[in-house]
Design a binder for this molecule. Structure first.
Ligand SMILES: Nc1nc2c(c(=O)[nH]1)N[C@H]1C(S)=C(S)[C@@H](COP(=O)(O)OP(=O)(O)OC[C@H]3O[C@@H](n4cnc5c(=O)[nH]c(N)nc54)[C@H](O)[C@@H]3O)O[C@H]1N2
Ligand SMILES: Nc1nc2c(c(=O)[nH]1)N[C@H]1C(S)=C(S)[C@@H](COP(=O)(O)OP(=O)(O)OC[C@H]3O[C@@H](n4cnc5c(=O)[nH]c(N)nc54)[C@H](O)[C@@H]3O)O[C@H]1N2
Ligand code: SF4
Ligand SMILES: [Mo]
Length: 866
């Protein structure tokens, strides 16, 4: 039997039809994806097994039961509050919690503990967009819908790698452009990415050049008479001062040549239907909120907002980033888009909750919260559904801060994470596929996540864990929920109780859902008022949420350009991994795209630093270091580097890249500037390199080591700074005791040593060691594991049966490698479609199509793993 549910990854919020056997299909009736899925969504079936799951509560590393764990958490939090005050405790939660989980966590902290020390990883993600929306609109409103992306004549993607991070939206845009080739796409990103492939114009902006770019645009709109005077007069304040500030800005500070600026400005000015999509290249900056407002200024000045095919569009990252903003998950918000600072708002929410107390001021924002952990102010911490020891800047400092907290609780689905490893108490949460609730996507659409698997072991849904602790702390009546539906009804009723404030967020129309109606709830877009009809878009006719009903344009100043030495380290995401890889890391197909932590560096910089291709590079911020594989490419500008955020201490010896990212924060939103690390780079002086693959789990070993799953088990890339140890000893360190037979071959000419281990007539492990980066087909070595083949072929790195090496994976869905594609091109495949017909690549989710296009002779620049 199949179940309609929603993807647990990105904020596109695709509908999925799932079965307990792991079969996953796109839901053709879901308005977000209309049947499409990306590689991560398609591979969900490979991530739902129980390997590595946390299935029992643990206290100090010892299994326990729920009664004991719940009582302990409640007692420790209550005692800490009694002895040190309500602000001595904190929750750090996540845009991956469901709305129902998020609602009760926020209610417990703000209304019952009475502190606002609950912040969320959305602080690292959406905080600048929230702050920018509030400054301009008076509320955190996303005005548009996904259809606008298809109806636009010009789409400007700013600081967004949509092709990899919101692949289904990217596919929708690609399809719209194919149907209407006159549609124009501009990509504003210092880096050339897979998204740039679809763009008519790629603006390789200087880091943080965005305010100068959009200030310049505003001045151009004014100078060329493109301002919508009627709209501005009726609905906007601050126009004159914003234009004055824009005129005072030199657009050259964007780092873009005058010709590019002229083309972009005239395109934007002369096209009515413009959507400006923006994401982390905008938000994760010390001037992120200003960047958001610089974009909003241009849409407000032209009245291009809230009408079909027009508007600013902040795309959300996590599946429930939007829901978290609605329930007040941020330390400076109340539920239902109400404000902590407003006494009427506080009273209304407190009255509705019938709560004994209420926070009166904003709490600690994520970076400050962990600072307070470091300096001893926070004495009890509960982390839910996020991995801050990896994902926050200064990851080592954050890990030390968490270790410094006297009592730390982590709710997760996995037994081992970098954050969980630091906890006193681990609470097992029910995972996607097992739990029930709702999420809200980027276009304000609420969709159900429905269970289709039994809840394993003692795992429980997050809302239940939170309600149990709240009850044990003495607040039984307020947390007496027995289902997600019951929480959702209460949440929707809050819209009725706070309707007098006339906020944008209103779901009072859902307040009377029965359990059966909640179960069957189709994807619905808010606002959903109980009376009257909700609007599909906001602000076409004004109606902003400042007291005067008008929007505000802001005077903005471009930041001074940074000129200090070293490299600017830009960070972000890979196509096939999700954040700290606790789930996507389980899928061999997804791991095959880019199996190692790497750093993109301009070839001239690589030469300057003395880095050869495939050598390793040490990045240092002066305090910490991390080691990454070098990927020389002119996709990044000189002086800048790019590294993905995904690798952790669980799978790589040098741990998260954030160990070397010391980010400042935006003064308005508190969002850290995760795209702006400052590092030095040098060659990792490896004395030897290695590659190993095995049927059984591997353990980190050596100075450099990165482990990944494969179709036949595990693999590891290795390197060391000291003399090579005995290869056999090394293999046993990696895979455990070697009970079977060992063959060792040394190649005098290249100095390569090869070790094979057989047990029960099958090859179970291979290790290759060399003084240079190991050159051999990983695919062949991995494929040999588990085979009964003689050691000879495997040790030579040849495939059994002479089959060809398919090379690094480009298409994860259909497992097609770079070499397969090169062969198909040599045999005459001249288009993306032709490649699809010959090899199957790109025929499922299509997310690799930009990489396929890049391989064709007409596109000399390859974007795939090279
Ligand atoms: N595959 C995959 N998809 C994901 C996720 C994932 O982990 N993996 N995570 C999800 C989440 S939570 C989020 S928030 C989104 C993030 O989605 P995106 O924001 O699209 O992704 P990022 O790679 O973080 O950054 C986007 C781009 O910003 C650029 N950038 C850096 N500095 C600047 C600048 O100063 N100006 C401009 N204009 N651009 C700049 C970077 O070069 C990068 O290409 O992705 C979501 N989707
Ligand atoms: N350098 C750099 N750093 C970044 C970014 C960047 O671009 N560059 N991006 C930032 C952004 S935008 C984001 S959103 C963050 C994301 O960073 P995190 O939120 O830290 O990363 P995740 O790996 O998504 O962590 C989710 C955790 O929740 C667990 N989990 C999964 N499902 C459940 C569940 O149902 N219940 C519970 N209790 N746990 C569950 C997972 O196993 C995992 O441990 O990273 C930020 N950090
Ligand atoms: S685009 Fe991919 S990751 Fe995002 S919701 Fe859809 S299937 Fe999931
Ligand atoms: Mo995010």
């Amino acid at each position: 039997m199949s179940t309609c549910t929603t993807c647990p990854y990105c904020g596109v919020g695709c509908g999925i039809i799932a079965s307990p056997d792991g079969s996953i299909k796109g839901d053709p009736t879901h308005p977000a994806n209309l049947g499409r899925l990306c590689s991560k969504g398609s591979a969900l079936g490979e991530t739902i097994d129980l390997e590595g799951r946390l299935l029992t509560p643990m206290v100090d590393g010892v299994e326990t039961d729920w009664d004991e764990a719940t009582a302990l958490v409640a007692r420790k939090f209550s005692e800490t509050i009694r002895d040190h005050g309500r602000d001595s405790v904190a929750f750090y939660v996540s845009g991956q919690l469901l709305t129902e989980d998020y609602y009760v966590a926020n209610k417990l902290m703000k209304g019952f503990i009475g502190s606002a020390n609950i912040d969320t990883n959305s602080r690292l993600c959406m905080a600048s967009s929230v702050a920018g929306h509030k400054r301009a609109f008076g509320a955190d409103t996303v005005p548009g819908t996904y259809e606008d992306l298809e109806e636009a004549d010009l789409i400007v993607l700013v600081g967004s790698n949509l092709a990899w991070c919101h692949p289904v939206l990217h596919q929708r845009i690609a399809a719209a452009k194919e149907a209407r080739p006159e549609m124009r796409i501009v990509n504003v990103d210092p880096r050339r990415t897979a998204t740039s492939q679809l763009a008519d114009l790629h603006l390789s902006i200087a880091p943080d050049g965005d305010v100068a770019l959009f200030n310049g645009l505003l001045a151009h709109l004014k100078a060329t008479g493109r301002v919508n005077r009627a709209y501005v007069n009726a609905h906007v304040t601050g126009f004159d001062i914003a234009v004055e500030a824009a005129r005072a800005t030199d657009p050259a500070a964007s780092g873009l040549p005058a010709d590019d600026l002229a083309v972009f400005y005239s395109m934007w000015a002369s096209t009515g239907k413009v959507v400006t999509v923006y994401s982390q290249g905008v938000n994760q900056s010390a001037c992120g909120t200003d960047k958001v407002n610089a974009i909003l200024n241009c849409h407000l000045a032209t009245g291009r907002i809230g009408r079909p095919g027009m508007g600013p569009f902040s795309v959300t990252g996590q599946p429930n980033a939007m829901g978290g903003r609605e329930v007040g998950g941020l330390a400076n918000m109340l539920a239902n888009h109400l404000d902590i600072e407003n006494a009427d708002h506080r009273d209304a929410v407190q009255g509705f909750w019938a709560s004994p107390t209420m926070c009166t001021a904003p709490g600690l924002k994520a970076v400050d919260l962990f600072q307070a952990c470091a300096d001893g102010r926070i004495k009890a911490l509960w982390v839910m559904s996020t991995n801050p020891a990896v994902s926050l800047p200064d990851a080592q400092g954050v890990a030390d801060a968490i270790a410094n907290v006297p009592f730390t609780v982590v709710s997760d689905i996995m037994a081992r994470t970098d954050t969980g490893d630091l906890a006193d108490v681990l609470l097992p949460a029910a995972a996607w596929g097992e739990k029930s609730g709702t999420v809200t996507n980027s276009e304000r659409r609420i969709s159900r996540q429905r269970p289709f698997l039994p809840v394993p072991g003692q795992a429980r849904p997050d809302w239940q864990i939170i309600c149990d602790v709240a009850r044990a702390m003495g607040w039984g009546a307020a947390f007496d929920h027995d289902s997600a539906a019951s929480i959702f009804r209460e949440y929707a009723l809050l819209s009725v109780a706070t309707r007098q404030f006339g906020r944008d967020f209103d779901i009072s129309g859902l307040a009377n859902l029965t359990d059966a109606e909640y179960d069957a709830l189709p994807p619905v877009q808010w606002p959903l008022p109980a009376t009257g009809k909700g609007q599909h878009r906001f602000f076409a006719d004004g109606g902003f949420f400042h007291p005067d009903g008008k929007a505000r344009m802001l005077p903005l100043t471009a930041p001074a350009t940074l000129k200090d030495g070293g490299f600017q380290l830009n960070t972000g995401r890979n196509r096939d991994q999700w954040h700290t890889m606790t789930r996507t890391g389980k899928s061999p197909r997804l791991g095959a795209h880019l199996a190692e932590p790497y750093v993109e560096i301009h070839p001239e910089d690589a030469t300057k630093v003395g880095l050869g291709t495939a050598e390793l590079c040490v990045l240092s911020d002066g305090r910490n270091t991390t080691v990454l594989r070098t990927l020389p490419t002119d996709r990044v500008a000189r002086g800048t580097l790019f590294a993905p955020m995904h690798w952790t201490r669980q799978v790589s010896a040098s741990g998260p890249v954030n160990a070397v990212v010391q980010a400042g924060t935006d003064p308005v939103s508190g969002q850290p500037a995760l795209k702006f690390g400052r590092v030095s780079a040098q060659r990792f002086a490896a004395r030897w390199y290695g590659f190993a693959t095995s049927a059984t789990e591997m353990h980190l070993h050596g100075d450099y080591c990165a482990i990944a799953r494969t179709e036949t088990g595990w693999q590891a890339e290795l390197a060391g700074l000291t003399d090579l140890e005995d290869p056999q000893t090394m293999l046993s360190q990696l895979v455990g005791p070697l009970a079977g037979s060992i063959s060792v071959v040394s190649d005098g000419a290249t100095g390569m040593q090869r070790v094979a281990h057989h047990a029960d007539g099958r090859l179970t492990a291979l290790l290759f060691l060399a003084p240079e980066p190991v050159q051999l087909s990983r695919a062949h070595a991995v494929a040999a594991i588990g085979q009964a083949s003689p050691a000879g072929a495997a040790l030579a790195g040849r495939a059994a049966g002479g089959q060809a090496d398919s090379g690094p994976t480009v298409c994860a869905c259909m497992s097609v490698g770079l070499n397969d594609l090169k062969r198909a091109i040599a045999d005459g495949a001249a288009s993306v479609d032709a490649l699809g017909q010959c090899t199957g690549a790109g025929t499922n989710c299509g997310a690799c199509k930009p990489e396929l296009a890049a391989l064709l002779p007409a596109h000399p620049t390859a974007v795939a793993a090279e």
